[in-house]
Design a protein around this ligand. Structure first.
Ligand code: TEU
Ligand code: CA
Length: 541
């Protein structure tokens, strides 16, 4: 097997809770995923990244793991997992597991031991500081609210947690812990998994006394050891989640020598619609010109010396068609436009469940409809800080992680065909309009467009290695770029707005390349010199 098979692969992310329920308990599960493999095969993807399915108390929907080598009963059994890996393999689909190595659950055996006494062999698997009850080691705040420090009277110490209080941070300084993690990873590799996505990996080398969480001094040392002891023994795809990555660091992470990961998820583009220096809840309109500069930087910065991941969505992000497209009159056009712009770039594209249908944000109007720990916490904090209910709900409608977590819309049957029971979170009420069954039967659907984009990437090498050049940098409506190698050139040109846009840049390119072929287009009629709302094209010369 080619070591870097993942360069021309397209990955599909499944949030197992919300994908397909098979037993009527209202929660998606592994048998549900197995049932939907033919759908994924039809789409044409090469691998599935599963958000965590390990045993977990589900404080953060599985990102709090209590046993890394077992499956949570709500999702099924280890046998179901083995069946999924085998069934997927028959369809040339690899399974990528989500590894949460920055923290475990407080119900993990290691932590239950660790908090018994200071001289327990597991004590040093976690990050502790001495202190007195009520006198915190410092003022660091946890991601899901409150202090990073939690008092444990039995040991007379505080433990450190960057996320919820039920997600104690693991101590990567401890070589015994690291070895235990490597053994666990090798065990999964043995089961035939195709790779790993590494949750908040840039936060493992924390130095709480210096208030360092991301990009700690030993970060790349730890990652190289991890990679050498595990991933490098197989032909795996590995993708680290790195909110703190800049281009220079990404070159290390995705070094072509394979010493760290295949690639990282970086999030610079994700910040283009929030007030600078504020939180994601502090909304501002998308700054298209800035967004284009971000892509220019990453596409050129990693060219020939690293590798990009390409994504608009994941289980933490709102739905892209609602976010930067138009989920009303131009839903289909704008969903296709966004796909065109992203999949035309260099890197490995990730499609998040339902994105290929143009699924939208859910628009919950009451806090009781939400489930996510981050959302609940933000609601509490902003209430206490004096924000109005209306302001808070507006931010949540735009940015709550639950927007991406409502059930997959399979059909217009009750609960969108997701479950015969009561779904753990409400189905988006637009499922009669937007669902897989309908889109599979319609050759102009968003689904069929994604299918075609995936095929085009496989048929045309230029998508894989063409150099990126941004065009019309200052244009407020058009996102245009070329991809070039010695023999071919692609032009990707899109109108990012609901108003017609002058596409002089496209006309000029077409004049210079009179024999160019239109590879894909999101309107029925041929493109003119003015691009219609959200119109997008890819030409090849
Ligand atoms: O997310 C990392 C993370 O920092 C998120 O909390 C992120 O900041 C937030 O979602 C943006 O609003 C990863 C997982 O993807 C997420 O689901 C987990 O909750 C988190 O780690 C803790 O494991
Ligand atoms: Ca179920």
């Amino acid at each position: 097997m080619k070591k870097d098979w993942w360069k021309d692969a397209v990955i599909y992310q499944i949030y197992p809770r919300s994908f397909q329920d098979s037993n009527g308990d209202g929660i998606g599960d592994l048998q549900g995923i197995i049932k939907r493999l033919p759908y994924l095969e039809k789409l044409g993807i090469d691998a599935v990244w599963l958000s965590p399915v390990y045993r977990s108390p589900m404080d953060d929907n599985g990102y709090d793991i209590s046993d890394y080598q077992d499956i949570d009963p709500i999702f099924g059994t280890l046998a179901d997992m083995e069946e999924l890996i085998a069934e997927a393999k028959k369809r040339n689909i690899r399974i990528i597991m989500d590894l949460v190595l920055n923290h475990s659950s407080d119900e993990h055996r290691w932590f239950l031991e660790a908090k018994k006494s200071k001289d327990n062999p597991y004590h040093d698997y976690y990050v502790w500081r001495d202190g007195k009850e009520g006198e915190l080691p410092n003022d660091m705040k946890a991601c899901f609210g409150g202090s990073c420090w939690e008092w444990v009277p039995e040991v007379g110490q505080y433990y450190f947690h960057q996320f919820s209080v039920k997600q104690p941070d693991l101590n990567w300084e401890n070589p015994k812990l690291r070895q235990e993690i490597y053994n666990m990873i090798l065990w999964w590799m043995d089961k035939g998994v195709g790779g790993f996505r590494l949750d908040v990996i840039d936060q493992i080398a924390k130095e709480p006394d210096q208030k360092i969480t991301q990009n700690g001094p030993r970060l790349h040392e730890f990652i190289r050891e991890l990679s050498r002891e595990t991933f490098q023994k197989g032909a795996l795809i590995t993708v680290g989640e790195a909110w703190g990555a800049d281009v220079e660091r990404a070159k290390l992470y995705s070094n072509p020598d394979g010493s760290e990961f295949s690639m990282v998820f970086q999030f610079e583009h994700i910040h283009m619609d929030q007030l600078p220096g504020k939180e994601k809840w502090d909304l501002s309109p998308l700054r298209l010109v800035d967004l284009k500069q971000v892509y220019k930087k990453w596409q050129t910065g990693l060219y020939n010396c690293g590798w990009n991941s390409l994504f608009w969505n994941n289980h933490d992000l709102p739905r892209i068609v609602s976010r930067w497209g138009n989920d009303k009159e131009y839903r289909v056009e704008s969903a296709k436009m966004l796909a065109t712009v992203l999949h035309g770039m260099q890197g490995t594209p990730y499609i998040y469940e339902g994105e290929e249908l143009g699924m939208t944000n859910v628009g919950f109007t009451d806090i009781s409809q939400y489930r996510d720990i981050e959302t609940m916490n933000m609601y509490r904090e902003r209430k206490a800080a004096g924000y109005s209910e209306a302001e808070i709900l507006k931010s949540l409608q735009a940015k709550s992680r639950d927007n991406g977590r409502t059930p997959m819309q399979w059909s217009d049957e009750e609960n969108a065909g997701f479950t015969t029971g009561t779904p753990w979170i409400s189905v988006n009420s637009n499922y009669h309009e937007i669902n897989a069954e309908k889109e599979l039967a319609d050759s102009d659907s968003v689904f069929c467009y994604y299918q075609k984009l995936i095929r085009l990437r496989k048929e045309n090498r230029i998508f894989l290695d063409g150099a990126f050049t941004l065009l019309a940098e200052q244009d407020q409506q058009i996102f245009a770029y070329t991809r070039t190698d010695e023999t071919e050139e692609l032009l990707v040109c899109a109108n990012f707005t609901k108003d017609p846009a002058d596409a002089g840049v496209m006309e000029a390119w077409k004049q210079a390349h009179p024999n160019a072929e239109l590879l894909i287009h999101n309107y029925k009629e041929a493109p003119g010199s003015t691009l219609r709302p959200y119109e997008a094209v890819i030409y090849r010369a």
